[in-house]
Structures are given as structure tokens and as C-alpha cells.
Unconditional design. Structure first.
Length: 560
């Protein structure tokens, strides 16, 4: 590959690398992720610096991974005795191609897609972009094969100019960002090993995940100095099942679920309010009861879970908030059911039975305490349940664990148990009270200002990358108590917990997203804007890297 690239201009190199990466299927959860990693590794090995230093490029296998996925690392040693190191990182997987429909066969063919969209009259903006020649189409073009390409081109650039490099560069490409983040999570141990063995000082990690217009006509290029976190709060809802002929005496878990969903789904008032930031409300991703076939009995239980972005709040604050919301929903359900029952008996003049409409609401942590107080061992039950249902995906295993716990409860009343399930992403952002973080912001600002002056581009800083990103796992702001508020509400954390909180906190690497620019990530019209991504962005990252390595003198082994 190097022989071809060596004859090209810088922007031509990035375009060629991007097109070759897009052409290789690396859909999440397929063997293609491992093949893409091998391709990236082989390309790096062809660069002269790595020909001379073959041990400076290597792979790290994802343990027990059924798809043979791996992280790829490459290390450029600077020209002096500085320990300062800048990390380049990007994810190599993509989402699937189901959205391409009849065009699945060309989902990875940038040229044929551009040709197709040039005559696509159903979306004039897409057609205009295709005809301009300034956009590259294809699955992964913007999310984020072009981001890998920019890093690879800059890796080649600095490997040929080591005399200009007063520090080190560490590149890593990670799989599985679009699902469980097993790539970046596995890399934590390798980052720790390198830090200890080479005494590296990680100044910052630069991610190139895609940025996009925030509104029609928006041409600002956004720099994100942090990444939002994510929780997946789950509601296991148990009612009182009855025959439909006696429906008014039952408590339907679906009614409770609908009341909870109505209060939470897209409720912008539940989103954090951070001035100048794009914050998103919680979104229902799953809601269904657990009837497996038709019968005339009402449902016994119902499952609901939500995507919940976290920016500055903690898992404990979210759990307290959701417990209060669920309690309100249950009280509203109790009132409705009682009113319906009373009206039914008023109309029929039949005698009423004394019925309880009470629905209890528990966090998992509180429910486990309740079971222990009654002499029940939740840990043993959870461990056995995860073994019994190991064929299920992770979220359903968590629900099954809670279901088995509920069966052990001698009081089989209506209840809602709230817990967390995977995935969980911490939030990682620069704090104004940190000297280190203020200095980092200043240094990056200098590099951005220099690039803006030379290119005429308009840049703006934002605190939180508006989508999920691997950079979340490179630093941890939560205290031990705040982490426990999450793990204590996660069924089976000791069994399936994958996040090395202690090691992440010790690394404490700020993650900055200086991304490729494009439109329609995760859509079949996905495309990357070539003039900015292939011309301006590489220079911006080069400037940022040099400014960091030249200017950054604070020992980051302290917390600033």
C-alpha cells in the first residue's frame, strides 16, 4: 500500500485509504471486523518507519471473542527524551446495511453509490451532493472509515518527520464501538502496560468520529472536548394477572409500563440543561410484556428499558429521578384502576371485594436489601440465572436475573424493580476547576485558531460529543461511591461486569473529538465531505498534536 500512497498528494492518500477501507465489510458482530484490523495492520507495516521498527506495530486480541476481533496499535517514538504522548484512536466497525434495501450489493462501493445518487430525485440535497463530486458515499464513509484514514495518513506523515516530533504518537484502531465497546475496554490494559513500561504521559486522545451540521445551513466545524455517557435503566414490572372475565380486579403490568413510558420517553424536561450543549432526552428502546402465546389471561410481567444519556449527572441521581417518576406512574395507575373498579360496581350494583391496588417501586439495590433481610441469598440466585440463560443476550439475562429474584420474594405483590443493564458509558469531559484541563483547552484552542486563520473555516467548541463514543472509557470522574451506585443496581455485575473502573481512573486520559465532517451517519445516504475531511482536518490534527507536544508541560500524573 505504501508504494501507491507515496506517489500521492496528502489529500489523495486519505481519499484512497478511505475508499479502500469502505470497500471492506466490517459490520459489527461479523468476521469482517477482524479482517479490517488485519488490513489496517498490514498497511501500517508497509510504512518505512515500521519496516525499520516492526515491533512498533502490533495487535491485541479481544479475549474469548467469537469473531476474532482485535485492537491494532502503532507507536511512533519522538526525537527527544520527552515522555509526552498523544493518542490517535478510531473505531473500525460499522453498523449493518439493511437500510440499503435493494442496494445492499453496492453498500460498500463508493463510486457506484455516487453514480446512483446523482440521479436520485427523491432527495434533492443528496442528489446535489452526489453531483458535486465533493462527497464520498458508502457504509462507513463518515462513521468512520474516513476517520481511520486521517489518522493513518498522519501516522505516515509524522513517521517521515520524526525530527519535528518532540514526543510520541500512539495509534489504535478498535472494533465493536457500535455495540458493546469490547475493543476500547480491552485496550485499557494495553494502555496501562505501555504507560508503565515506557513511562508514557498521555496528554490527550484524539478521536476522529464524525461531526455533522446541527441545523440546515450550518457550516461550523465543531470540536468536542468530551463525550457524553450512557445508562440503560430497565424496569421489570410485575402486576396481578387475571382472566379477562375478571379484568377489573387485576393490575396489568402493561398499563404501568405505558404510564412509565409516557412520562419518560423523549421528555425533554428530564434531560440535563447545559447551556450551549446539544443534550438529548431519554428514549424508550424496548417495551413488551412476556406472554409467549395467545391466551385469555392478562400479562404477568412487562419489560421496559430506555436509552439515557448522561452529561454531568451521576447514576445515583438518575436512579433517584427514575424511582420518583415510577412512583408517580404507579400512583396514577392505582388511582385509575380503583376508579374503574368503583364505577363498574356502581353500574352493576354488585358487592365489592376489598382489593389492594398498591404497586411497590424499588431500586434493585433496595430490593436486594429487602431479600437479604428475609434470609435470601440474591448473589447465588443471580449467578445461577446467568448460567442457565447464557444463550440470551445481555439485557434479557439481566431481566431474567431480576425475575428469578422476584420469584424468591414471599410477598408476590405488584411491583416495579428498576435496575441498570449494559451498555454503560461513563461521561468524560474537561472540568473548568482542573488546571490540567484548562491548559489542555487553551493549547487546543491555539491550534484551532491557527488552522482557522489559514483555511477560513469556522470552528466552535462544545463540551459533549452528541453521540456515543469510545472516548468515554478513557477517563472516569465518578467517585467510588458514585460507581457503587451504578454497580449495586446492576444485576450480576460480579458475573458480567466488563468495565475496569480502577484502571480507567488511573489512566485519566482526556478524549477530544476532532472529527471528519459529513451527513447522515447510520443512514443509507451516509457520506463524508471531502474538501474538509481530506484537506483541512489532517492539518488541524497535525497542528493540535504539535501544539500539545511542544506546549504541554504539566505532569498529568497529577489530577491538576
Amino acid at each position: 500500500m505504501y508504494q501507491q500512497l507515496s506517489k500521492m498528494l496528502p489529500e489523495e492518500k486519505i481519499e484512497a485509504i478511505t475508499k479502500s477501507l469502505v470497500a471492506l465489510n466490517s459490520i459489527n458482530g461479523t468476521l469482517g471486523e477482524g479482517k479490517k484490523a488485519d488490513y489496517i495492520k498490514d498497511m501500517i507495516k508497509s510504512f518505512p518507519y515500521f519496516q525499520d521498527n516492526p515491533s512498533h506495530v502490533w495487535e491485541q486480541a479481544i479475549p474469548e471473542d467469537p469473531y476474532g476481533r482485535k485492537n491494532i496499535f502503532a507507536f511512533i517514538e519522538g526525537n527527544g527524551d520527552s515522555l509526552n504522548t498523544v493518542i490517535y484512536h478510531a473505531h473500525l466497525d460499522t453498523v449493518g446495511i439493511e437500510d440499503f434495501g435493494p442496494l445492499k450489493d453496492i453498500a460498500f462501493d463508493s463510486d457506484r453509490l455516487a453514480e446512483y445518487f446523482s440521479s436520485y430525485e427523491f432527495d434533492r440535497e443528496v442528489q446535489r451532493d452526489a453531483r458535486s463530486g465533493e462527497w464520498m458515499f458508502g457504509r462507513g464513509s463518515v462513521d468512520m472509515q474516513s476517520g481511520i484514514a486521517v489518522h493513518l495518513a498522519n501516522l505516515l506523515h509524522f513517521s517521515e518527520r520524526r525530527k519535528q516530533l518532540p514526543g510520541h504518537i500512539l495509534f489504535m484502531a478498535n472494533p465493536d464501538e457500535e455495540s458493546q465497546h469490547s475493543g476500547i475496554l480491552t485496550s485499557i490494559s494495553e494502555l496501562k502496560r505501555l504507560k508503565q513500561e515506557k513511562q508514557l504521559r498521555y496528554l490527550a486522545a484524539i478521536n476522529t468520529d464524525f461531526i455533522t451540521p446541527l441545523y440546515d445551513g450550518d457550516t461550523t466545524r465543531y470540536i468536542y472536548t468530551g463525550a457524553a455517557g450512557k445508562l440503560l435503566p430497565c424496569f421489570a414490572i410485575y402486576g396481578r394477572e387475571v382472566h379477562v372475565g375478571d379484568t377489573l380486579s387485576g393490575i396489568d403490568p402493561n398499563l404501568i409500563a405505558s404510564e412509565i413510558t409516557r412520562r419518560i420517553h423523549n421528555n425533554i424536561h428530564m434531560a440535563e440543561n447545559i447551556e450551549g450543549e446539544l443534550v438529548l432526552p431519554p428514549t424508550c428502546l424496548y417495551q413488551r410484556d412476556n406472554k409467549e402465546a395467545y391466551n385469555v389471561q392478562t400479562a404477568v410481567s412487562s419489560y421496559v428499558y430506555f436509552n439515557y444519556f448522561i452529561y454531568e449527572k451521576t447514576a445515583k441521581e438518575i436512579m433517584d429521578q427514575l424511582t420518583a417518576v415510577a412512583d408517580e406512574a404507579c400512583k396514577e395507575t392505582e388511582r385509575k384502576l380503583s376508579d374503574y373498579y368503583d364505577e363498574y360496581h356502581r353500574r352493576t350494583s354488585l358487592p365489592k371485594k376489598e382489593i389492594s391496588w398498591n404497586v411497590q417501586v424499588y431500586s434493585l439495590e433496595d430490593y436486594l436489601k429487602r431479600l437479604r433481610s428475609r434470609g435470601i441469598d440474591p448473589a447465588q440466585c443471580i449467578e445461577q440465572t446467568f448460567k442457565t440463560y447464557e444463550h440470551l443476550e445481555l439485557r434479557m439475562r439481566c431481566f431474567k436475573a431480576v425475575e428469578e429474584l422476584q420469584k424468591l420474594d414471599p410477598e408476590q405483590g405488584a411491583k416495579v424493580i428498576i435496575f441498570y443493564a449494559p451498555p454503560y458509558l461513563p461521561h468524560n469531559y474537561l472540568k473548568e476547576e482542573s488546571t490540567r484541563d484548562r491548559l489542555l483547552q487553551h493549547v487546543i484552542q491555539e491550534a484551532v485558531d491557527k488552522t482557522a486563520a489559514s483555511t477560513g473555516e469556522t470552528f466552535a467548541f462544545k463540551k459533549f460529543f452528541p453521540y456515543l463514543a469510545d472516548g468515554s472509557f478513557l477517563s472516569l470522574h465518578e467517585t467510588d461511591a458514585e460507581v457503587s451506585a451504578f454497580t449495586d443496581n446492576f444485576p450480576g455485575w460480579d458475573v458480567i461486569g466488563m468495565i475496569p473502573f480502577k484502571e480507567i481512573r488511573e489512566l485519566n486520559i482526556p478524549s477530544v473529538n476532532i472529527g471528519v465532517y459529513g451527513k447522515d451517519g447510520h443512514k443509507w445516504t451516509e457520506r463524508v465531505y471531502k474538501p474538509y475531511t481530506f484537506h483541512v482536518l489532517p492539518e488541524l490534527i497535525q497542528q493540535t498534536t504539535l501544539h500539545l507536544l511542544h506546549s504541554y508541560r504539566l505532569d498529568i500524573r497529577t489530577n491538576g
